[in-house]
Design a protein around this ligand. Structure first.
Ligand SMILES: [Zn+2]
Length: 826
């Protein structure tokens, strides 16, 4: 309870319009002392609603979205009465100050601080602290609100939080049991950390693939706060972490951002020191990968910070940690409340300078690259446009047919000829620094020890040719008049196959029971050349569809898919439409393993991919139920990344092999390959790295961690060679840029198809250790091994990782619908 005394010391009396009788403390409102129970998400939100109703002069609550499980997402604006009266003016002034909105601000003396709580659902002290922070701001620290607007997102990931809290409430002892071995300290798979689709929302800020991130960015971009603090928890033995962050810092981070991180850290330290609380700074949490709750805001001009309290899903209401201390929820939420108020205090103290420096951040005249020009498939360009729209980054159309500069596909100076589908993004706009972070070919890394992936360059991820130029490319406003004309009566219709849009169109056709063929060879008809993978929809195949042509037109319009009419089954160049090389696509029945043994992140990526991107049904099967599952109901079995040791025991392995021999297809991702590599009857083999460059035994203790980085790949981009005549690679060219997430390497299949492999181990972007790199030469990236009538399909690199590597997704779709199409139909 010492903190109440501490916070009381901070309080300065101000005359107030807040009627203390209207304003209930969290404990009064909830009916239990804060920290003695976990509050369910709706209870947290109800408290915010009650406070905003009680003191609308100081608190405004705004719903900004809804989760997949229909929980509401809110932000609360907390400020003085005077500021609340002109909240919209303060917001506009800030955007004008940054140059995002045109016009002169009328004032720039208000600090805007955004506090985000509980992005990881099972780091559950955070939302409790959100309630207390708001209450203290309205009572003991009203002084801070005079020149500060505090935006609180009390529950960034409500689906995850409730998953944790509901589980905990169900199993916990009364009173709580502090023994780490008690059930209440062992969350079942998948835990409460991720959101509904099991995505880590603290890796999703930049990609915004999840509904929570996408809707949040709309409010974030409306406000563009000066400080963003992201509240987390770490293991129960690690006391507390706050800024300044660890190296590496991305090079665009300004001295001012570094300095203010230090000032916030020292202010936090002052309060922690006064209580004798332990903490650490400058270690572990770096500022590099752009998709975190600290880096994303930092690259948008804010002071972005991570706060980590000891606790996490393991800790429950109280746990005896390794130091013999009983860590309680009360203690955890108290610490987070103290750093929350301390952060707002620093903001208030520096309000004027925060505004001045914020404006400076958005001046981008000295960035090396002035324009990023991309060229390629129209659907991929459109995909990139919607990505840029999420961040309110503007783009134009280049006025030229050729640009010169750094060419991404050669990693050298060169030129790029532009065809009809391209766009240019200039760094001279306010968000130029974020553009640099997202687009630059190879982000400068000041330290190879980092917390996350070191490569993400957007042109590679979207599969577009690109050039970065040091002079600004002339451009005009883009035109957005994509129109698809309707088709008329014909023998059949052909649709291209290059993008996820094409794949979505196929999924929709199949959903409507329309029979679709694909070609394994290029052919020519109606004076048009069609590439491998092109979809063919014939009238003859679809006599069962009433109003076939109008249905087809409706679906083609919906998906903006141009169709080419063909008038005969006799092609100008073979194959003819009735050829065995033009195959009917089976409406595949897909099963996906989930549960213990699978990586929840990888399973979530597959789940989200089918439901929210492709629009095609799957059946998820728990690994516990595999032995009792009738696999003959499915054509495809997907094994997400994972550790399948006991899941793929002898009998399950035999069962899967038998099923494959009779025509089933297994798609194995990343770690799932370990279950087959080197095993009896498999051609797949692991390539082990025994060429460590130094004798590790002689490396000093303090150097071991750094020495180990030689064996690491922390997310790096490589150019692979593709056999695009194989159905798994239809729609691709000879080259494909892959994102390698680790150093696992597999030998080329000598009895199978090496659909994509690594020849050249040149690193196009990111960090790869010397030893790891040496082991990657001539290794498999994607492959197919046939067994009987079926196939094992291998994804050494996970193309669905965090769902942002757009250009890899079609390999996955091809594996399902095109690879080994002879496999049995149910
Ligand atoms: Zn966390």
């Amino acid at each position: 309870m010492r903190y109440f005394i501490l916070l009381a010391c901070l309080a300065i009396s101000f005359p107030s319009t807040i009627n203390a009788q209207n304003l209930q403390s969290p404990s009064d409102f909830l009916g239990y002392e804060l920290g003695t129970q976990f509050s369910r998400n709706h209870e947290v939100i109800d408290y915010f609603k009650a406070v905003s109703a009680a003191v609308p002069s100081h608190v405004k609550l705004e719903k900004y979205g809804e989760t997949t499980e229909r929980r509401d997402l809110y932000v609360a604006y907390i400020t003085s009465e005077a500021n609340m009266a002109q909240l919209e003016t303060i917001r506009e002034n800030n955007l004008k100050n940054a140059g995002i909105v045109e016009g002169e601000p009328t004032a720039t003396d208000i600090a805007i601080v955004w506090l985000s709580y509980n992005v990881h659902g099972n780091e559950a002290s955070c939302s409790e602290a959100a309630m207390l922070t708001m209450y203290k701001l309205l009572t003991e620290r009203k002084d801070l609100l005079e020149n500060t607007v505090v935006i609180i997102d009390p529950s960034v990931n409500p689906d995850g939080r409730d998953r944790y809290v509901n589980w905990y409430n169900k199993v916990a002892h009364q009173p709580y049991n502090t023994d780490i071995q008690a059930n209440e300290h062992n969350e079942p798979w998948p835990g409460g950390r991720p959101n509904h689709y099991l995505f880590d929302l603290n890796r999703d800020w930049a990609w915004a693939t999840q509904i929570e991130s996408e809707t949040r960015l709309k409010v974030y971009n409306k406000w563009m706060p000066h400080i963003h603090a992201d509240y987390h928890e770490q293991g129960p033995n690690e006391p507390y972490y706050f800024a300044p962050a660890a190296e590496p810092f991305h090079e665009i981070i300004t001295d001012w951002q570094r300095d203010l991180q230090t000032e916030v850290g020292k202010n936090n330290a002052k309060y922690f020191d006064a209580e004798g609380w332990l903490f650490f700074t400058r270690e572990r949490f770096d500022l590099f990968y752009p998709s975190y709750g600290d880096t994303y805001p930092t690259y948008m001009g804010a002071i972005g910070m991570t706060y980590e309290q000891a606790g996490h899903g393991i800790s429950g209401l109280g746990i005896l940690n390794d130091e013999g201390h009983v860590l309680t929820l009360k203690e955890r939420l108290t610490h987070h409340t103290v750093t929350s108020l301390s952060t707002v205090e620093v903001a208030s103290k520096n309000a004027k300078q925060l505004n001045t420096e914020f404006a400076k951040f958005f001046q981008n005249s000295n960035l090396k690259y002035k324009s990023y020009v991309v060229n390629g498939n129209e659907d991929k360009i459109d995909k990139l446009k919607s990505f840029l729209d999420k961040h309110e980054i503007s783009y134009e159309k280049p006025n030229t047919s050729k640009v010169s500069g750094y060419n991404y596909s050669t990693a050298k100076q060169g030129s790029l000829n532009l065809d009809d589908h391209n766009l240019v993004v200039h760094t001279s706009q306010p968000k130029g620094k974020m553009i640099k972070v997202l687009f630059e070919p190879n982000a400068k890394l000041s330290d190879s020890l980092t917390y996350d992936i070191t490569a993400w360059s957007v042109p590679y991820a979207y599969g577009l040719d690109a050039v970065a130029t040091t002079t600004k490319v002339s451009s005009t406003k883009p035109d957005n008049n994509k129109s698809v004309s309707k088709v008329n009566d014909a023998y059949g219709y052909v649709s291209k196959w290059n993008s996820m849009d094409d794949a979505q169109f196929l999924a929709e056709l199949l959903k409507h029971n329309i029979k679709v063929r694909f070609t394994e060879k290029p052919f020519k008809s109606n004076n048009t050349n069609f590439e491998r993978g092109s979809l063919i929809i014939t009238k003859g195949d679809n006599k069962h569809i009433i109003d076939f042509i109008s249905t087809l037109n409706t679906l083609a319009q919906k998906h903006e898919q141009p169709l080419t009419e063909i008038y005969s089954g006799f092609s100008q160049s073979t194959p003819d439409i009735g050829s065995p090389d033009i195959k009917l696509i089976n409406k595949q029945k897909i099963a996906v393993l989930t549960g213990e043994g699978t990586s929840s992140l990888s399973y979530g990526e597959v789940w989200h991919f089918f439901e929210q991107q492709l629009g095609y049904p799957i059946t998820s099967i728990n690994t516990d139920d595999l032995s009792a599952t009738n696999l003959r109901k499915y054509n495809v079995l997907i094994l997400p990344n994972g550790y399948y040791g006991s899941v793929l025991n002898e009998s399950n392995m035999t069962k899967i092999k038998d099923w494959v021999r009779s025509g089933g297809k297994v798609i194995a991702i990343d770690g799932a390959l370990r279950s087959f590599a080197g095993k009896d009857g498999f051609n797949l083999s692991y390539k082990s790295s025994d060429n460590s460059s130094e004798n590790n035994n002689l490396v000093p203790y303090a150097e071991r961690e750094r020495q180990y980085t030689k064996q690491l790949i922390t997310g790096a981009i490589f150019k692979t060679k593709v056999d695009h005549t194989h159905p798994m690679a239809f729609g691709y060219s000879n080259d494909y840029f892959t994102l390698k997430l680790g150093s696992s390497a597999y030998n080329l299949l000598d009895n199978g198809y090496n659909v994509a492999h690594l020849d050249d181990t040149k690193v196009y972007s990111g960090f790869a250790g010397k030893d790891a790199l040496a082991n990657l030469e001539s290794t498999l990236i994607f492959g197919e091994e046939r067994k009987g009538s079926g196939s094992f399909i291998y994804f050494v690199d996970n193309t669905l990782f965090r769902s942002f590597w757009e250009n890899g997704k079609l390999f996955f779709v091809n594996s399902i619908f095109f690879v080994n199409n002879n496999a049995y139909e149910l």
